[in-house]
Design a protein around this ligand. Structure first.
Ligand SMILES: Nc1ncnc2c1ncn2[C@@H]1O[C@H](COP(=O)(O)OP(=O)(O)OP(=O)(O)O)[C@@H](O)[C@H]1O
Ligand SMILES: [Mg+2]
Length: 487
């Protein structure tokens, strides 16, 4: 359970905020001065600090600096009232995770907390290399094959050098794990590590996310904003999916690599920064260069140190080990005993091509485990899981699905939002997806509601009420005979 330290001298805010966070399932400690906050962090590091910058005694900035000194990887969210935003911006420049204006919007605060905790986890949860399965820990690189041994060696060789590293490999081969291992074995391991997913951030926002902007840089830029790269100063930035980075942003990254400085949007002078860049892509960059989608000068700069991750089909010998690993992990996660898997079942994996690589294998094991109902996994369960694809739940694959699906969803969201406002727009859109999910489950089970409920992990009455709720979208769907409205 994540522990959050709230720092504010306003007793009533502390109380209500504490109650809210406890209700959300967090453990909470509070402090009402900078001195108390520093002492609390020294006593036992929380997973996140949320602090006001205006405090009695030593200033919030001073307290923040001390907390930072103690642990640069501890995420800190700054709360600020109107009039102290300059201080808050200064704090983000010194590495605060983000700031939020008081009085804050609760859902926005909760979302920021989720993001900050995840950012902290990624830094502090160590990726183990060449791990022995059996324990249930997540974040391990499993595999004894020659290809994986070469990967471990490469990580060991380059981690400490501060060199820019390019991690290449198909989707689901473990690029993100490798990036984190590189960071954790580097001399910057005690400093921040920030992940920027170039695909997840809309193209129009990526540049300002990365480099920040000055007041008035564009319409809507009401104040200064510090970019992620500046925020990570002294640490490491992981540019995930760099092959999808727009050309103008590529130019700025090249400049960062060459000159060790950045320019904020609308800024006049370069800001020196000291960050190590780790980049990853599943794209064929050589082809992207031919198509004039990727700068060749950036490519040559990045590729000096490349770590290539093998696709799973080229290291099938590792499959039994990976099976053991995922079985132990998911059984633990689902609070069931590890039922094991029959040898015949594992053999089925040998004749499969694994387009989704290790991620797909993990998903298949998870699914087969659900089908197994506590008995050792039989070949039938594996064929069933294989034939329905390595995607365990719609909910798992929406954010993490193939890029064309994410693009289709984004396009739909964009068009719907552009068409105008709706008093309950968010829920209207979510209902649309709920309708698609339930419609698909019903179609797969020929309308059998008990089986559909089972597939979806819902009770029958819950499914029933959802069918009623989504009737509208189901009807729209039936009308559109040619398939789901998304594509
Ligand atoms: N060698 C491995 N051992 C154990 N788990 C692994 C390994 N490689 C990948 N995984 C698991 O597979 C999933 C996908 O890994 P990761 O996100 O690092 O892949 P990726 O290469 O970044 O994929 P994508 O290109 O789709 O982003 C994660 O859950 C990760 O823990
Ligand atoms: Mg990835």
């Amino acid at each position: 359970m994540s522990e959050i330290l709230i720092v504010d001298d306003d007793r009533s805010l502390l109380d209500s905020f504490e109650r809210l966070l406890i209700e959300e399932g967090y453990t909470v400690r509070t402090a009402s001065s900078g001195e108390a906050a520093i002492a609390a962090v020294a006593d036992r590091a929380p997973d996140l600090v949320i602090m006001d910058v205006r405090l009695p005694g030593i200033s919030g900035m001073e307290a923040f600096a001390k907390i930072r000194e103690a642990d640069a990887r501890l995420p800190v969210i700054i709360m600020t009232a109107f009039g102290t935003t300059e201080t808050a911006i200064e704090a983000t420049k010194q590495g605060a995770f983000d700031y939020i204006l008081k009085p804050f919007d609760i859902p926005e605060m909760l979302e920021l907390i989720t993001q900050a905790l995840e950012a902290g986890r990624v830094m502090r949860s160590r990726v183990r290399m060449n791990a022995v399965p059996g324990s249930f820990e997540a974040d391990a690189l499993i595999g004894k094959s020659e290809a994986m041994q070469a990967v471990y060696k490469a990580i060991g060789r380059v981690a400490a050098t501060d060199a820019t590293v390019l991690v290449r490999g198909e989707s689901g081969t473990g690029k993100e794990l490798v990036a984190r291992a590189l960071y954790q074995h580097s001399s910057r391991a005690q400093k921040p590590f920030l992940v920027i997913n170039c695909v997840a951030i809309p193209e129009t926002l990526l540049e300002s996310e990365l480099f920040g902007y000055e007041k008035g840089a564009f319409t809507g830029a009401a104040g200064r904003r510090v970019g992620k790269i500046e925020q990570a100063n002294g640490g490491t930035v992981f540019l995930d999916e760099i092959g999808d980075m727009p050309l103008p942003v590529q130019a700025k990254i090249l400049r960062l690599l060459q000159e060790r400085s950045i320019e904020r949007l609308g800024g006049y002078s370069p800001v020196p920064v000291d960050v190590r860049i780790i980049a990853a892509t599943n794209r064929n960059l050589e082809r992207a260069i031919e198509a004039e989608m990727f700068r060749d000068d950036l490519y040559y700069r990045l590729k000096v140190v490349t770590i290539e991750l093998p696709p799973l089909r080229e290291r099938k010998g590792d499959i039994p080990l990976l099976c053991d690993y995922f079985l132990a992990m998911y059984a633990h996660e689902m609070k069931m005993d590890n039922p094991g898997i029959s040898r015949e079942a594992v053999r089925l994996f040998d004749v499969y091509d694994w387009p989704g690589n290790v991620r797909e294998l993990g998903n298949i094991i998870k699914k087969a485990l659900i089908f197994s109902r506590g008995y050792p996994i039989r070949p039938e369960a594996v064929s069933q899981a294989l034939s329905s694809g390595g995607k365990p739940h719609a909910a798992d694959t929406v954010p993490d699905g193939p890029p064309d699906m994410a693009a289709a969803v984004r396009q739909w969201v964009h068009e719907t939002l552009s068409a105008g406002s709706h008093p309950d727009m968010f829920n209207f859109m979510m209902d649309h997806f709920g309708g698609i999910i339930i419609g698909e489950a019903l179609q797969m089970t020929d309308g059998n509601r008990s089986r559909a409920a089972k597939l979806l992990g819902l009770t029958r009455p819950t499914l029933q009420s959802k069918i009623e709720k989504y009737r509208l979208s189901l009807e729209t769907r039936v009308k559109e005979q040619d398939g789901p409205p998304l594509t």
